[in-house]
Every structure is written in C-alpha cells, then in structure tokens.
Write a protein that binds this ligand. Structure first.
Ligand code: C2E
Ligand code: MG
Ligand code: MG
Ligand code: MG
Length: 284
C-alpha cells in the first residue's frame, strides 16, 4: 500500500518504523544496564478507604530515570521488558522493594497496610513464581494478606490453565488478587469467582468524565454493584478532583486512589504525602 502511493510514503513509513525499532533496541540495552546498576526505583501511591478516610493500601509503581532521555513511562519500558526476559528481573526487583517498604510502613504507623504490586502475564507464566513470592514475603516477615497482586483482565482471561492454577494457589495462601483497569477488557464472571479475586479496580478512563458523562456513571455504578454482589472490594483509580470523589462516594465505592489525594512518591515522601492528603471528611 505504501509503495503504490509513491516513493515518499515508503520512505516516511520506513523511517518511522526504523526510529521505533532503534529506540526499542536502545531502551532494552539501557534497561539491562539500569537493572545491573540498580538505578530502577519504586514509587508508592496511597489508596484511601472512603468510609474511614484512612490509608489502607498503597500501589507500587516502577520508575526509571534514563540517563539521557529522562523519565521513561513504565507503559513503554514494561512492554519492552515483556518482549525480552528482562520482565522477570524487573518484576522481582519491584516485588522485593515493595515488600521491603511494606514492612517499613507497617512498622511506621500503617500496621495493616496492604501493598499492591502489578504483575504481567509473562511473570505469572514463569515456573517458580510461587516460590519467589513466598520467599520474598518471608524475607520481609510479611503475612500473605500484606500483599495484593494487580493483574489486568486480559491476564486472567488468558486461556491458560497453568496461570489460573497459580492464581488459585496464591489466593488460597491468603495473597490478595486485584483486577486492574477493570471494564476495559473482557473477563468472565465465572473466572472472577473461580480465581477468588478480592478486588476490582475501576479504570481511570471511566473516572475521568464521571461527573458529566452519563455512560461512565452507568459503567461505574455497574462495576460497583457487581463487585459488591460478588463480595469484592472496589477501588477507583485516577481520582483528580472533588466532583469525581463526590460521585464515587454517592455510588458506594470503597476505596479511592488518585492525584487529588497524592501522587506516587518515593518511600521517604510517602508518610508526609499521606499526612498532607486532602481529608476525605473535609466538606470542601
Ligand atoms: P496502573 O497499574 O493502572 O497504574 C495506575 C497509573 O495511573 C500509574 O501510572 C499512576 O501513576 C497513574 N495515576 C494515578 N493516579 C492518577 C490520577 O489521578 N491521574 C492520572 N492521570 N494518572 C494517575 P504509571 O505509574 O505511569 O504506570 C502506568 C502503568 O504501567 C501501570 O498502570 C501498570 O500497568 C504499569 N506498571 C507500573 N509499574 C509496574 C510494575 O512494577 N510492573 C508491571 N508489570 N507493570 C507496571
Ligand atoms: Mg495497577
Ligand atoms: Mg490501574
Ligand atoms: Mg489504569
């Protein structure tokens, strides 16, 4: 198709592809170095219980400050890591760091804090993942319920019996399971029940226009009703303003996470950030 439209098209297409490929190859090599040099780090964003106003959970979010390109989005470098074997190293680094910091926070005023760690399908697929998770919990003296694994709908929808069994084993042990970006993929209700999922996370895209978009309100209302009918907790992510918070509260959402309360921050800024977060009982 490109060729039939003339030579220029072909050149533009090839250049774009070339640039993308070069960046990918470069980032993969640089990520390998960053892992070896220990320059990845983990940011934490608090998640608040809407009823009590307390910070009940936190989400661990990996960060990479590239030496020349600056901060690279995890959406970009996790995808690159997933296409190579680097995802296992990145995943183990995040799990270990998040568990270490969960222990710290549990000793410093958040005795029941549950730490959420994002996991990609490729990580779950790997033999030995269960042992890695148990060993990490033990190393940091954490009970299984201190850890929540966040996986996307597509991860649990995958027609892969091995990963279904792994999730079942982890949940029988007491580790929590959360479905991230819920509403953007397809997941069967049977699968949600079968896996003993504990939590649904409403995707940010539904929260953004929540106060003005009737469709989004219906979707959010539906997800909350579904979660409660299945006895699951529901978290809304990406809450950026008071209007969104008010609607979520009115609809009976359990937990909220977003820039309105606190941005993800380094561990030493987490406790001050929670202290400064807008109070959930504050009327205005
Ligand atoms: P996610 O798991 O859905 O994480 C939520 C994303 O929304 C985070 O982006 C967070 O910084 C951002 N966010 C939180 N509150 C707000 C808000 O009020 N407004 C807006 N605009 N954004 C908000 P981040 O840190 O860039 O991560 C993007 C995605 O990268 C994550 O989406 C997750 O899918 C992936 N990711 C991050 N860390 C890891 C990791 O350690 N392992 C894996 N496998 N994936 C990760
Ligand atoms: Mg997540
Ligand atoms: Mg999410
Ligand atoms: Mg999301």
């Amino acid at each position: 198709v490109a060729k039939s439209r003339g030579r220029n098209r072909t050149v533009i297409f090839d250049e774009a592809l070339h640039t993308t490929l070069i960046r990918r190859i470069q980032l993969e090599a640089d990520l390998r170095e960053a892992l070896a040099a220990g320059s990845l780090w983990v940011a934490y964003q608090p998640i608040f219980d809407l009823r009590t106003g307390a910070c009940a959970k936190a989400e661990a979010l990996v960060r990479w400050n590239h030496p020349t390109l600056g901060p690279i989005s995890p959406l970009e470098f996790i995808a690159i890591a997933e296409q190579s074997d680097l995802i296992h190293q990145v995943g183990e680094f995040v799990l270990d760091t998040a568990c270490r910091d969960a222990r710290l926070l549990r000793e410093q005023g958040f005795p029941n804090l549950r730490m959420s760690v994002n996991m990609s399908l490729r990580q779950v697929d790997r033999a030995g993942i269960i042992d890695v998770i148990y060993a990490t919990l033990e190393r940091h003296r954490l009970v299984p319920a201190a850890l929540c694994l966040e996986v996307t709908e597509s991860t649990i929808a995958a027609d892969d019996l091995a990963s279904v069994r792994i999730f079942q084993t982890l949940s029988e042990k007491g580790i929590h399971l959360s479905i991230d970006d819920f509403g953007t993929g397809y997941s069967s209700l049977a699968r949600l029940l079968n896996l003993k999922v504990n939590q649904l996370k409403i995707d940010r895209s539904f929260v953004t226009d929540l106060p003005v978009e009737p469709d989004n309100r219906l979707i959010v209302e539906g997800i909350i009703a579904l979660a409660h009918a299945l006895d699951l907790e529901v978290v809304a992510e990406g809450v950026e303003n008071r209007e969104q918070l008010d609607v979520l509260r009115g609809l009976g959402c359990d937990h909220v996470q977003g820039y309105y309360f606190a941005r993800p921050s380094a561990i030493h800024e987490f406790i001050p950030a929670v202290g400064q977060a807008k109070s959930l009982s504050d009327p205005g």
